[in-house]
Design a protein around this ligand. Structure first.
Ligand SMILES: NC(=O)c1ccc[n+]([C@@H]2O[C@H](COP(=O)([O-])OP(=O)(O)OC[C@H]3O[C@@H](n4cnc5c(N)ncnc54)[C@H](O)[C@@H]3O)[C@@H](O)[C@H]2O)c1
Ligand SMILES: [Zn+2]
Length: 380
C-alpha cells in the first residue's frame, strides 16, 4: 500500500509557519485532538499570506471574501501569493449578512466545481464573521470537506467567530439554522486590519471581549476598563487582549466542542441579546451591540436573584457605556416581542429558559428554568 508522503497535517504546517514568521507574534493552540489547530496573532501578516499558504501544499487555493474587504487588502494578498507562485481563485460575495445564505453557498460550491477544486484544495476566508461562517460551511460540505484557513478582519471575527468551528448560513426561517461543526486548519489574525474597520464594528467586537472578561477573567475586564485608550488606539496591547480572548474561547471549545454543556457560557448576554436582535428585525443593532444590552440585562437579573452584587452589575454597565455600546433596552421595543423571541430561541429546549448569569466578574453559572416572572420584572 502506498501513502501520500507529501501530506501535511495542519499542526505541521502551523509549526513551519510560526517558525517562518519569526518571534514577533503570539499563538494560541485550540486543543481538539486530531482536529487541533493554531491561532496566530500579529502584525503585517497579510503580506505573508502567500508564504503561509504555501506551507499547506494544497492543489489549489481560493480566497473567499467580499468587495469591501478585498478592495482594501486584495492587492497586497495577491502580490504575496504571486511571489510564492500561487495564483488563487478569488471568489467574492456581496457584503452583508443577507448574503450568508444557502444560495450564496451554492454559488461558491459551483465556482469551486467549475475551477476543478479537489479534496486537496484549500479555502481562505478573508473577512468578518459573515465570510468566515459561509466559507467554513462551504469548506465542510464541498466534497465532504476540504481544508480552510480563517483570516478574520473584524474584531468580532478575531476574538469569536473564527475560533471554535461553528460554521453556517441563514435560512429564511431562522438565523444560523443551517450549519456544521467544522474546525479550520489555521486562524491567522493580522491586527493591522483593524485600522480600517468602522468604529461601530470595532465596538461590537469589544462587547464580546467584555463577555470573556465577565465569564472567565476579571483581569481582562479590568484591563478593558482601565486602558480604554490603549485598546482603541490599537497599540500592541490589543494583541494581548485578542490573544487572551482566543485563549478563553479555545479553552471552552476544547472542553466542549459541540456545546453539550460548558460551551453555553459563551452565550452570556446572548439569550436576551438575540431576542433583541429578533425583535428589531436584525436591522437596528449590530450583534455586539445587542449582546451589550443582553449582558446588562442578565446582570440585572442576577442581582434580582441575589446571586450577583449590584456594584459589579453597575461596573458592567459602566464598561459597556464607556465603549459607547448601548446598555438599556430602548423604550420603543415591545417587551412582549423580546419575551416571545426568547421562548423560540434555538437554545431554549422544551420550554426551559436557560440563561448564563454572572456570580462575580470572572465567573458565571448556567441557570436552567429561570422564573419568567423575574425576567418580566427586569425587562418591563
Ligand atoms: N461562527 C461563530 O461562532 C460565530 C460567532 C459570532 C458571530 N458569528 C457570525 O458572524 C457574523 C458577524 O460577523 P462580523 O461582526 O464580523 O460582521 P461582518 O462579517 O458583516 O463584517 C462587518 C462589516 O465590516 C466590513 N469589514 C470587515 N473587515 C473589515 C476591515 N478590516 N476593514 C473595513 N471593513 C471591514 C465587512 O465588509 C462588513 O461590512 C454574523 O453572521 C454572526 O452570525 C459567528
Ligand atoms: Zn456573539
Amino acid at each position: 500500500m502506498e501513502f501520500d508522503t507529501d501530506f501535511i497535517t495542519p499542526g505541521e504546517a502551523a509549526e513551519e509557519i510560526i517558525e517562518m514568521l519569526g518571534l514577533d507574534l503570539q499563538n494560541v493552540k485550540v486543543e481538539l485532538g486530531e482536529r487541533s489547530y493554531e491561532i496566530i496573532i500579529g502584525r503585517k501578516i497579510l503580506g505573508k499570506l502567500g508564504m503561509i499558504m504555501h506551507q499547506f501544499r494544497a492543489s489549489k487555493a481560493a480566497i473567499i471574501s467580499n468587495d469591501t474587504v478585498f478592495r482594501i487588502y486584495g492587492d497586497d494578498i495577491l502580490r504575496s501569493m504571486k511571489s510564492n507562485n500561487t495564483s488563487p481563485e478569488v471568489i467574492l460575495v456581496p457584503d452583508g449578512e443577507e448574503f450568508k445564505d444557502p444560495l450564496w453557498a451554492y454559488y461558491l460550491h459551483g465556482r469551486l466545481l467549475k475551477a476543478r477544486f479537489d479534496r486537496d484544495s484549500i479555502l481562505v476566508a478573508l473577512g468578518g464573521g459573515v465570510i468566515g461562517d459561509i466559507t467554513g460551511y462551504v469548506a465542510s460540505t464541498y466534497m465532504r470537506g476540504v481544508r480552510f484557513v480563517q483570516v478574520p478582519t473584524t474584531l468580532l471575527a478575531q476574538v469569536d467567530s473564527s475560533v471554535g468551528g461553528k460554521t453556517g448560513v441563514n435560512h429564511p426561517s431562522g438565523k444560523n439554522m443551517i450549519g456544521t461543526f467544522y474546525q479550520p486548519s489555521l486562524v491567522m489574525i493580522d491586527v493591522d486590519t483593524l485600522s480600517t474597520l468602522p468604529a461601530r464594528e470595532f465596538g461590537a467586537g469589544v462587547a464580546e471581549i467584555i463577555k470573556y472578561g465577565v465569564i472567565a477573567d476579571r483581569k481582562l475586564f479590568d484591563y478593558l476598563l482601565d486602558k480604554k485608550n490603549s485598546v482603541l488606539s490599537l497599540s500592541d496591547s490589543i494583541i494581548g487582549v485578542i490573544k487572551r480572548s482566543c485563549e478563553i474561547k479555545a479553552e471552552v471549545v476544547s472542553k466542549d466542542e459541540r456545546e453539550a454543556g460548558l460551551r453555553a457560557i459563551l452565550n452570556f448576554g446572548h439569550t436576551i441579546g438575540h431576542a433583541i436582535e429578533t425583535a428589531t428585525g436584525y436591522r437596528r443593532f449590530l450583534h455586539g451591540e445587542a449582546i451589550a444590552i443582553g449582558m446588562c440585562s442578565a446582570a440585572d437579573l442576577a442581582v434580582k436573584m441575589g446571586i450577583f452584587g449590584s456594584d459589579d452589575s453597575r461596573l458592567i454597565k459602566r464598561i459597556v457605556r464607556s465603549y459607547e455600546l448601548p446598555s438599556d433596552i430602548p423604550e420603543d421595543i415591545a417587551r412582549e416581542d423580546i419575551l416571545n423571541a426568547m421562548e423560540v430561541d434555538k437554545k431554549t429546549i422544551a420550554g426551559v429558559l436557560r440563561l448564563i448569569l454572572p456570580e462575580s466578574i470572572g465567573r458565571v453559572r448556567i441557570e436552567e428554568g429561570v422564573d419568567r416572572e423575574l425576567i418580566r420584572e427586569v425587562l418591563f
